[in-house]
Ligand binder design. Sequence first.
Ligand code: ADP
Ligand code: ZN
Length: 431
Amino acid sequence: MFEPDIEKMSLSDIRELQRERLAKMVKYSYENVPMYKKRFDDAGISPDSIKSLDDVSKIPFAVKDDLRQHYPYGILAVPLERIVRLHASSGTTGKPTVVTYTQKDMDTWNRLMARSYAAAGVTSGDIVQNAYGYGLFTGGLGFHYGAELLGAMVIPTSTGNTKKQLMMLKDMQSTVLACTPSYALYLTEAAANEGYDPLNDFNLKVGMFGAEPWSDEVRKRIQEGLGIRAHDVFGMSELYGPGVAIECTEQNGLHIWSDEFLVETIDPETGEVLPEGERGELVFTMLTREAMPLLRYRTRDLAVVNYEECGCGRCHPRIMRIRGRSDDMLIVGGVNVFPSQIEHVLMNIDGVGDQYLIVVDRAILDVLQVRVEVAPDFFKSADYDAARFAKLMESELQAVLTIRARVELMEPGALPRSEGKAQRVLDLRKQ
Ligand code: ADP
Ligand code: ZN
């Protein structure tokens, strides 16, 4: 463990620490950020009314739009001179979401990342090849400084340049690969195409994969293809970046570093706090953020939180696999489905390749349209019968998800590969 004192805390000690920090954070936000002062005043609550952890539900939610409306520096709690770093999210619609950090925030983030690496079994002796994008995106620098703090060696390859990535994996004998799961999958395929045998030529042992949802089937493919243990890492730029939660070596849920983050699960429709163990939208309160406090931030990410002690001995609650964002949900023939569920069904079928693309072209979907690549070996084999294979997928989707589907088979290599976050849905309505 990187910080055993914190990582080994019992759940009741964690809660006590959270309670103390929450009270301080609420006061700090009220006194230093006009947006919070106004919200508290409008809701008729004072910082003193937040005493227990349950009182957190009295605080109004914060949403991404609050950050946009206060673009760029509007919710700073410190003078600009004290900011040492700025990141921004992609911002596909309108202005990007800007996030800022004081030196103390940077130290906290780097510690959380170092802790996350260590929880995944990475040590100071490891060589980390970091293929997350360096730049405004928090992935690159987050994974970079966390590894350095742990004392590991970092190779900052950043995204893309796949041939060079493969050469570095072999020549440098990198032991840890950090990138999106979709890029890890692509690297597995590219390695074969370039004549590498990952199990012999590479020396990888751990993968630090996050920034997008991925299914257990994809995990299996990456683990087998690269000969590694693939760990899920969760984060978002609003909450420092990656390193909010990490899968330990038990690979059974992602520990939320709860000395820094208080999590709640809410009903996304009504905003009601849900009982422990129910799936809902994750809401985070940052407990020590200095530059840009976030109280009850709605993430749109849907998951279940588990509060049982983990086999690794940590009691920091765990996010069980993240299904996706509520915004990504599709309604097909009246049934709610997430791209991650479709991935789960498809990748369980033998002969299905690594790439698929869901196509949406009408406001109301009665039939799911999905383009699916055939695995190269199967495509070449005598058993391959396109019409029958498409039918099989359609009936599996119908049987498991109860949705009607139209599958269009694609030749291996026909769909675009991703170097960062994969685009699994092509929305023709937006073109
Ligand atoms: P943006 O994509 O808005 O530019 P971020 O890069 O900060 O901003 O992305 C954060 C989002 O990425 C999260 O809200 C979540 O939807 C998704 N995400 C990050 N890590 C994971 C993960 N391990 N599993 C599923 N989704 C994830
Ligand atoms: Zn654990």
